[in-house]
Write a protein that binds this ligand. Structure first.
Ligand code: ZN
Length: 132
């Protein structure tokens, strides 16, 4: 099944969407398979990382800013090439194993929608695939 979620992103941040992905798995009724989380935007992405210490997300944002500064040599008219670079680095999707109806995430893992060019009204897709 395919699920679509809307997400308002007022600031540059990683938004925890684990609950929405779990909701899609529950509604689909799949027991064993794969779930794909996909971001259909070019200045945002999807990643899996720590959900316990909020300083991890803060440090990831800080590190990405350091790794991808906004160079004056960039030519893209929209002026957001650093956001495009971060989005391609993070990637547009993640796949998670579903076993006995549960996401096989580690204890400290959460699924994040990564906004690099706020504020926006975004969406993301969750596709559940049963292996039976
Ligand atoms: Zn752009």
């Amino acid at each position: 099944m395919l699920f679509e979620f809307n997400l308002s992103t007022p600031r540059k941040d990683f938004y925890n969407i684990t609950a929405q992905v779990r909701e899609a798995v529950t509604k689909s009724g799949i027991s064993d398979g794969i779930v794909v989380v996909f971001c259909p935007h070019t200045t945002a992405g999807i990643t899996i990382n720590e959900n316990a210490d909020p300083d991890v997300v803060r440090d990831l944002l800080f590190g990405l800013d350091k790794a991808f500064p906004d160079y004056p040599e960039f030519r893209h008219d929209e002026g957001n090439s650093t956001a495009h670079l971060k989005a391609s680095t993070i990637g547009a999707s993640e796949s998670i194993i579903v076993n006995n109806g549960k996401l096989m995430l580690g204890t400290w893992q959460g699924i994040y929608f990564c906004e690099f060019d706020p504020p926006r009204n975004r969406k993301f897709f969750v596709k559940t695939l049963s292996s039976q």
